[in-house]
Design a protein. Structure first.
Length: 480
């Protein structure tokens, strides 16, 4: 059985306390590896290594730092197939998805920020003829990066790459539920010659390792993606320590389908936006609002398409829906389907545990569920389920749909389907979400600000926003 290790001070090491935890394969339910059950002492060692590595890394010319990061990007690309297989096994997602989305994006994250830093500039402000001010953007020190299980290497590198590119050193913690590709990344960094201590990866539980990173006095910036409750807990610790905080939290994203949309293009994408990665993407559109004249046509076509999504072994090429990430998460999602029934919902398809034949019989699979007849204020339509469950709601006009779409405590993303460009802009301006896609979904340009409003988070990632987060802006005023 494979045994994962921490990556501290440039080397792989066992946890100081000598304790381990199991890693499961969601598609079979079996334990297939062990990961360090690290303690605050491991975080201390990682923070010390990162602190010591900081001055040299921060002082290194940007071009040289970029070369290190580009070498890591190259290795991820070279090892794409192995990494994708590891990701699929660890998370349950279809291998095809890991190969085409997760791993290429991880390489792209490094490439994007490695080159972005070469084009970074800062502002100057002339105070009439009296003085000139210029802004220095300097790395903060040691950055803490904590990431979730749904897009493991993709989101882990989305934080680490800008932090390192900006000249910080990093103590990072992947989710204990999906630690495998982060572990592989440590070996890649060693092989690529990343200086010791620049990146440190500590595995273990959120309440132990994550909490120790958040509270560590030598880690002045925390970038977190995960559940809203966890985000609140992190903020409670970090705020009184005046740490910089970036929180990317949950979502309950609305999809708005107007009757004048391009139906075929819309249908393809709306199926994908609801059920991609088993619905385990914070951007998934799980509440689908359909303009009343189109409601029945949409519902029937949508349910047909969802019924056709093949649930099964993530390794099979034809699989559209792999396993959900854990037994606990499967029970949570099934619990929401039961709740939807109690709340008066009609389940049009799916929402059952599936036991595929063969090696996956004990895996954690759920058939994708489509539910109608639920009021927009009920719990099923207000709480983040984060699984293969979508609800359908009819609407009458823009005001009606905006009131329902904006009714949740979340505000991450929305998508709008209409051919009326004026309406598209008008509706986009009134949606309370950090991201709006018009006639598309998850079309990502890494330069754009990424993040949510309300309980979906604080701060923005992506492009300059990320580089700004991972630097301290200092103004120097020179009297002329
Ligand atoms: O996330 P957690 P979980 C949502 C989704 C899901 C729910 C819970 O609804 O069902 O959150 O998922 C670390 N201090 N999302 O429990 O716990 C943890 O080890 C510091 C939405 O898996 O938030 C992991 O590395 N860190 C989401 C990371 O935080 C702590 C993605 C995320 O785990 C910690 C994932 C603590 N006290 C879940 N406790 C999205 N929107 O992208 C845990 N962690």
């Amino acid at each position: 059985m494979e045994q994962l290790q921490n990556y501290i001070q440039g080397a792989l090491s066992d946890p100081l306390g000598g304790a381990w935890m199991p890693v499961h394969e969601p598609a079979t339910g079996a334990v297939y590896a062990r990961l360090p059950d690290s303690t605050p002492a491991d975080v201390d060692a990682a923070a010390k290594a990162a602190r010591e590595a900081f001055p040299a890394w921060a002082a290194m010319p940007a071009e040289e730092r970029a070369r290190h990061l580009l070498r890591i990007a190259d290795s991820i690309e070279e090892q794409r197939d192995d990494l994708a297989a590891a990701e699929s096994r660890d998370n349950g997602k279809p291998l095809q998805l890991a190969t085409s989305v997760d791993i290429p994006r991880a390489a792209k994250n490094f490439r994007f920020f490695a080159t972005a830093i070469l084009h970074a500039s800062s502002e100057a402000h002339a105070t009439d003829t009296e003085a000139i001010n210029y802004t220095l953007r300097q790395p903060i020190g040691v950055a803490g990066c904590i990431s979730p299980w749904n897009l493991p290497l993709y989101l882990f590198t989305w934080k680490i790459a800008p932090a390192l590119a900006a000249g910080n050193t990093v103590v990072a913690k992947p989710s204990e539920i999906t630690p495998m590709t982060a572990f592989r990344l440590s070996q890649i960094c060693i092989d690529a010659g990343l200086p010791p201590g620049v990146l440190n990866i500590v595995h273990g539980r959120g309440a132990e390792v994550g909490a120790a990173i958040t509270a560590h006095p030598d880690i002045p910036a925390i970038s977190f993606t995960g559940g809203t409750q966890t985000g609140a807990q992190i903020a409670r610790t970090a705020a009184p320590m005046f740490k910089k905080l970036s929180l990317e939290l949950g979502g309950k994203n609305p999809t708005l389908v107007f009757a004048d949309c391009d139906f075929d293009a819309m249908l393809d994408t709306v199926v994908r936006s609801a059920f991609s990665n088993q619905g385990e993407i914070c951007l998934c559109g799980s509440r689908i609002f359909i303009e009343r004249p189109l409601y029945e046509t949409f519902r029937d076509a949508f349910v047909d398409r969802v019924r056709a999504l093949r649930v099964g072994d993530p390794l099979d090429e034809g699989t559209a829906q792999g396993a959900v990430v854990s037994e606990e998460h499967m029970q949570k999602v099934l619990g929401y389907v039961a709740l939807a029934r109690e709340e008066g919902g009609r389940v049009l398809c799916g929402g059952e545990r599936v036991r595929p034949e063969g090696r996956c019989a004990d895996g954690w699979f759920i058939s994708p569920a489509v539910i109608e007849d639920l009021p927009f204020q009920c719990r099923t339509n207000q709480e983040e389920i984060f699984g293969p469950v979508a609800t359908l709601l009819p609407f009458d006009g823009e005001e009606d749909v905006l009131a329902m779409a904006n009714s949740t405590p979340y505000g991450l993303a929305a998508s709008v389907w209409t051919q009326d460009i004026t309406r598209a802009h008008r509706v986009a301006a009134h949606l309370q979400t950090g991201i709006v896609w018009i006639n598309c979904w998850m079309l990502r340009d890494l330069r754009t600000p990424f993040g949510g409003m309300k309980q979906s988070g604080v701060g923005r990632e992506g492009g300059w926003e990320a580089l700004r987060f991972f630097t301290e802006a200092r103004n120097i005023c020179v009297k002329l």
